[in-house]
Design a protein around this ligand. Structure first.
Ligand SMILES: [Zn+2]
Length: 353
């Protein structure tokens, strides 16, 4: 009998190219090793990596502000970090943060045309979203779920399905391992400009560990991605996306994001990802896509897109009249921000101009 379980694979210069699942869980998830190279905490100098990149914290004045965690506790952005050695931290800066901060500091139209024109920039943006997502949930492993110290020591991250994160981790380290991502590995990605009702330059980050959905807003630039669906969710939502003829309000963007999350969560079959390493072709991350994009039977659905949308809108709705009624309508799918009664796109950018 041959053992086909993937093993940890080292390069000739002794870098870890591929972590076998158990090794990933013991060293990266449960251990305090550098999440890129895997160095043990005492073996190298560590300076730890900001989960929300430092240039974003500076740009949006977030250093002293607090992020709300899934258990509703708060942690200061400047202390929101994961274990990373100094060498890998500066490698991450050069590879991701320098080019991304340069790109995303431009005007929306410039960002959009550069992303449309360059496969490399779209690739970098996708892998950078994977990186932020991965760091966010790696941190969950060191945060107590129940803040009462007398309760058991369960961590927020104990509920995560770490097998899924293993694939994202391979993508996150690809600059370090030299792994090439095959085209079908890229997830759904959607970009639009946000029309803001206020003058405040806004930062926002939302993700969902079950559907691997990520939303990031930096000023008027907003991007949403489903990281591990091989673009199936956006392909299924294609007709609606192509009917959007303008920029979006934050709530309209949330509605797109809710649909993508909903689709990903209910896909009948999901792509299978694999790391393929050999001396001739090097390291390739490949995906086997299902032949058809279909949802599971409606009887088996565990929620609606309205559940997601309610969650996102609730965060910022404030004290308005009929608040509960509005939220209930959103949850039941009776209230759409994107479409009017006739099913036409509610173009809010026309009203603004
Ligand atoms: Zn390292």
């Amino acid at each position: 009998m041959t053992d086909n379980t993937p093993k940890t694979i080292y390069s000739l210069d002794n870098r870890i190219l591929f972590y076998k699942l158990e090794h990933f869980i013991s060293d990266i998830v449960n251990g305090k090793c550098c999440f890129i190279c895997g160095a043990l905490p005492d073996s190298k100098e560590f300076n730890d990596e900001h989960i929300i990149p430092d240039w974003i914290l500076r740009k949006f004045n977030l250093h002293s502000q607090k992020i709300t965690l899934p258990n509703l506790s708060k942690i200061q952005y400047s202390k929101y970090k994961v274990p990373c050695c100094k060498e890998c931290n500066s490698e991450l800066g050069k590879h991701f943060e320098e080019p991304i901060s340069e790109l995303l500091s431009k005007s929306y139209d410039e960002i959009s045309s550069e992303l449309n024109a360059s496969v490399e920039k779209r690739d970098l943006l996708f892998r950078w979203l994977c990186l932020i997502y991965f760091k966010t949930h790696l941190k969950d492993k060191s945060l107590r779920d129940n803040l009462d110290k007398r309760a058991d020591d369960k961590k927020i991250g104990d509920i995560h399905w770490w097998e899924d994160f293993h694939h994202i981790h391979c993508i996150v380290r690809s600059h370090h391992t030299g792994a090439q991502l095959h085209p079908e590995v890229y997830g759904s990605i959607y970009v639009n400009q946000i029309i803001s009702e206020t003058e405040n330059v806004k930062f926002d980050y939302i993700d969902n560990p079950w559907s691997k959905g990520v939303l990031l807003q930096l000023g008027d630039f907003c991007v949403a991605s489903i990281l591990d669906d091989s673009s199936a969710s956006i392909a299924m939502y294609h007709d609606q996306i192509s009917s959007i003829k303008g920029n979006l309000t934050a709530y309209q963007f949330y509605e797109v994001f809710s649909h993508l999350n909903f689709i990903r969560l209910h896909l009948k079959e999901r792509p299978e990802f694999q790391s393929s390493i050999n001396s001739k072709t090097g390291y390739n991350i490949v995906a086997k896509r299902p032949e058809k994009i279909e949802l599971i039977d409606e009887k088996e659905w565990i929620g609606t897109y309205g559940d997601f949308l309610r969650l996102y809108v609730e965060r910022t709705l404030g004290e308005v009249e009929n608040r509960d009624e509005i939220l209930k309508g959103i949850e039941e799918g009776k209230r759409s921000f994107l479409w009017d009664e006739k099913g036409n796109f509610n173009n809010m950018s026309e009203e603004k101009n």
